[in-house]
Ligand binder design. Structure first.
Ligand SMILES: O=C(O)c1ccccc1NCC(=O)[C@H](O)[C@H](O)COP(=O)(O)O
Length: 250
């Protein structure tokens, strides 16, 4: 699955490259908020995701209004919001990130598949404060170069791994957040224990990503020392997202 998505991203980057000068210009004239600092607060910190659809679940949300969802997340106490901008596989859009930026003040993560410098400028122009980098999608040198450029632009990084052997790709002196994705991208199975195991090996706090299905999962994870979570589908499917988020946070 990841290979297919990444091939598509390479084509998308080429199709959009004429917009780079405009993105660079827009990236300079903004204030950035810190995702890292926002996630440090509270017993449980939730990076709440705006996720319309996914390759594993198809359409998740029929009545989709990113500004309404973002407001519900803020009311529910989200530390920050992740906005999926990929159009083809997640039915996201860069415009959704822009719209959310206009509505809320908390830090925003651009959730996409970053394979090229230009996507960092695009993320900044859209209003992101941070971007996701996926260890499985990048070589060690690409990860280091993209992290360095993101730092120059003012973007923070959520660096995601699926397996402990990808920890070597974490750039030296990395000051962003380490995420562990519990979803196996070939089978789509989720196993929350992945986060616990990798956090132990990394000897640093991690953001537990994917597969959180309710308060019981949060309690089980906090007992194992994990307090930061990226949660999409569960929240997206709730009728009252603010109440669901408050309950998750305990
Ligand atoms: O969600 C998918 O089906 C998926 C498929 C292929 C690559 C990435 C995928 N998800 C991206 C994510 O990391 C999740 O959206 C995020 O961790 C939230 O997960 P969840 O709470 O399970 O919606």
């Amino acid at each position: 699955m990841l290979k297919t998505i990444l091939e598509h991203k390479q084509r998308e980057v080429q199709e959009r490259k004429s917009q780079l000068p405009r993105w660079k210009e827009q990236a300079q004239h903004r204030d950035y908020r810190s995702l890292v600092k926002a996630m440090e607060h509270g017993d449980v910190a939730v990076l709440a995701e705006i996720k319309r659809a996914s390759p594993s679940k198809g359409l998740i949300c029929h009545d989709f209004d990113p500004q309404v969802i973002a407001t519900e997340y803020v009311v529910g106490g989200a530390a920050a919001i992740s906005v999926l901008t990929d159009e083809k596989f997640f039915q996201g859009h860069g415009e959704y990130l822009k719209q959310v930026r206009q509505r809320v003040d908390i830090p925003l993560l651009r959730k996409d598949f970053i394979v090229h410098d230009s996507q960092l400028y695009e993320a900044a122009a859209l209003g992101a404060d941070a971007v996701l980098l996926i260890g499985e999608a990048l070589s060690e040198s690409q990860a280091a170069e993209l992290t360095a450029l993101a730092g120059e632009i003012g973007l923070e990084i959520l660096f995601e791994v699926h397996h402990a052997d990808q920890l070597v790709k974490l750039p030296p002196d990395f000051s962003g957040l380490l995420g562990v994705n519990n979803r196996d991208l070939s089978t789509f199975q989720v196993d929350l224990q992945t986060s616990v195991n990798i956090a132990r090996q990394a000897k640093r706090p991690v953001v537990c990503e994917s597969g959180i299905g309710g308060r019981d999962d949060i309690v089980a994870m906090t007992r194992q020392g994990i307090r930061m979570f990226l949660i999409g589908e569960y929240l997206m499917r709730q009728e009252d997202r603010s109440a669901a988020l408050r309950e998750l946070r305990g």
